[in-house]
Design a protein around this ligand. Sequence first.
Ligand SMILES: C[S@@+](CC[C@H](N)C(=O)[O-])C[C@H]1O[C@@H](n2cnc3c(N)ncnc32)[C@H](O)[C@@H]1O
Length: 197
Amino acid sequence: MSSGNHKHEKSRLHSRNKNREKYDIGALIISNPKLKDHIIHNRSKEKSIDFSNPLSVKILNQALLNHYYGIKNWEFPDENLCPPIPGRADYIHHIADLLGENNLGTIPTGDKIICLDIGIGASCIYPIIGVTEYDWRFIGSDIDPKAIASAQNIIDSNSAIKNKIECRLQKKSKDVLHSIISKKDKIDLIICNPPFH
Ligand SMILES: C[S@@+](CC[C@H](N)C(=O)[O-])C[C@H]1O[C@@H](n2cnc3c(N)ncnc32)[C@H](O)[C@@H]1O
């Protein structure tokens, strides 16, 4: 991770992943000034963070979401693990490719595409990336009322995603689709990050 160096790309990531380029620490600090206090120098003498420190990881990911996706408020309880943005973004780009394969090679964008995220989590991460990258709409389910409340708070406090994601509480932990979707719902895609099911 180095400052201002865009030459070296992380080729393991999807070609449309905005986080392929090396992190521009200066720009990320502008996006989230709290990051400044978490910068260290790694063994290669490059600016980095301590990836074993959950707070540093969260602050870095908040900066990434702000800088690349326009998400200004991404707060959720510390008891919820912080999802790494580049990996979650990769998943969304790969499912976009799958949709494109079934759409004459063109990735469908816009709010006619409805994606159901089973287990949206407190961070709301897959819908955030799907809305900001492809303008899809999302339904997000979860069995945890606190996760639903947290996701809803993130949705309500970010104009980039407001009104584009609907949270639904799953009251029976053994159910997945039952009581979450009805005959009225037209779902194009279902995604889920276990561990469950
Ligand atoms: C590993 S977390 C994934 C959170 C988020 N999608 C992510 O990728 O970071 C799994 C989530 O699934 C929820 N969950 C567990 N069983 C569920 C079920 N039957 N229906 C909906 N959500 C469920 C959990 O409460 C938890 O928030």
